[in-house]
Design a protein around this ligand. Sequence first.
Ligand SMILES: Cc1cc2nc3c(=O)[nH]c(=O)nc-3n(C[C@H](O)[C@H](O)[C@H](O)COP(=O)(O)OP(=O)(O)OC[C@H]3O[C@@H](n4cnc5c(N)ncnc54)[C@H](O)[C@@H]3O)c2cc1C
Length: 543
Amino acid sequence: MGDKSLRKIVIVGGGTAGWMAAAPLARRLRPGAGAPCEIVLVESPQIGTIGVGEATLPPIRAYNRSLGIDEADFVRRTQASFKLGIEFRDWGRLGHRFFHGFGDFGPPIENRSSFMHWLRLARAGGMASYEDWSVATVMARANRFTPPSGDTPSAANSYAHAYHFDATLYAAYLREYAMRHGAQRVEGTVVDVRLRAADGFIETLTLADGRRIDGDLFIDCSGFRGLLIEGAQHAGYEDWSDLLPCDSALAVPSARAGAITPYTMSTAKAAGWQWRIPLQHRIGNGHVYCSRFTSDDEAARVLLDGLDTPALGDPRPLRFTAGRRRSAWLRNCVALGLAAGFVEPLESTSIQLIMDGVGRLIENFPDRDFAPHLAAEYNRRIAFQYESVRDFIVMHYKLTARDDSAFWRHCAALPIPDSLRHQIELFRSSGRVAILDRDGFAEPSFISILYGLGVEPQTWDPFIGRIDEQALRTHFTRLRSAIAGTVAGMPDHADYITRHARAEPPAADATPREMARDALARKGEPLPRSGAPPIRVDADSGD
Ligand SMILES: Cc1cc2nc3c(=O)[nH]c(=O)nc-3n(C[C@H](O)[C@H](O)[C@H](O)COP(=O)(O)OP(=O)(O)OC[C@H]3O[C@@H](n4cnc5c(N)ncnc54)[C@H](O)[C@@H]3O)c2cc1C
């Protein structure tokens, strides 16, 4: 039996997904680490990247760490800031605010969540908001940041953080990393995909200038169009717009001014919601909306009116259809990023799903036989993850009590999957959360959203009733003041960045794209432009 290891992996697309796939594969499959396997990434000088995707979730730290990336260097080079969670404004009802922080509401007591004990005390009266026991939330409200420290559980380490960064700079950072670890970059536009007649496997890509690229495994990171997974493999797309009605976005950067908040802000609007993401050099803003309920002009007006600093350009329109590819892995083609699917950016899950996709691919790494069960297992897990992310996002819309616009009335009446109905009713009736996806959002995240959106549990866990109430109150009082005291001693977020990871200020009038171009130009490489030429798919005649 000869060696069947993959000899060449071809990645199509040089956006966040492409380089997030190339970096770990290049590191793990580099020459000298077992049988050699070439990693080739093709990116088009004509077709741009989407260029948004600035907020992340805490597991990105594990991804960066697995590559040996130094946090301060990465923060500096991507104009990043730290993210402790998301503040939701006007969601649920107008004038209401709540926070989805990264971390729990205190340590569990007798194997029951701290929130459950809080609920018991709150129902008896005299308790402050449960958010006072979320260290991340208290830090965010005070604009403080320092990384978690110490091994013994305490207020100084019971929170997690992620980042806000410039997505274009992050892709450029990973590109430099991947190429340093042996990945090859080919600049060219794929215009033809040749399939093996016998089984439909991808054999060769042809570029606009006639060059041909063959490979064993093809990773489709070509963005929404899904050049290989859809164009050549016809995987099909499961459309979720009946559950997630938003289909449009406008993105615009604005000037940085004042404090850099260590959190994303999401403000509900009449026909969608607006994000505010603070970076070191600018603020990223966008309005996600449903085109059935507002016009693009009105959406742009809402976005610009909602900025707290001057816009640095015109809003850039984007269209999308929420959903996922029916199979993210078909034959020798695996789709990642927007080519695999898209659930709107409300909880910053897309980059997370790219990471998860790369991780699952490495777990189910094929050889040249491409055992069909590997693809089946990959597809099973990825489909489940996309669906659990989808349900988590749908929850935000479905639980609204707003009836001040046709959009919100439409959302309140949305049909929802049975699994989500179960989740909501379980919490409403008992304060409990069902963790259906162990790789997805954890219990505190569900509590933040369910309770934040006004689902009031009717009762609490009867099992905890025998714990002495007064002792419990003393515990909560002490914990609250320990959290407040610890947070008061933490540095201001902007001061922390200045001391540990301050980025070079960009040229006065440079856009993010120009900054990335400058960075690449210093290495003598151009940045892709926009405009997508047509693509041809040929089945190999076998001759
Ligand atoms: C409005 C909006 C906001 C978002 N916000 C967030 C967020 O806050 N957090 C988050 O995690 N995610 C967010 N996302 C998602 C995030 O932007 C994407 O998941 C991420 O950027 C990955 O994109 P990609 O690499 O899959 O595709 P793209 O960036 O579109 O890259 C596609 C690549 O394919 C190449 N290509 C295409 N066709 C060809 C061809 N024929 N030949 C050669 N190359 C080709 C292009 O040149 C390009 O390099 C957001 C998305 C949207 C729409």
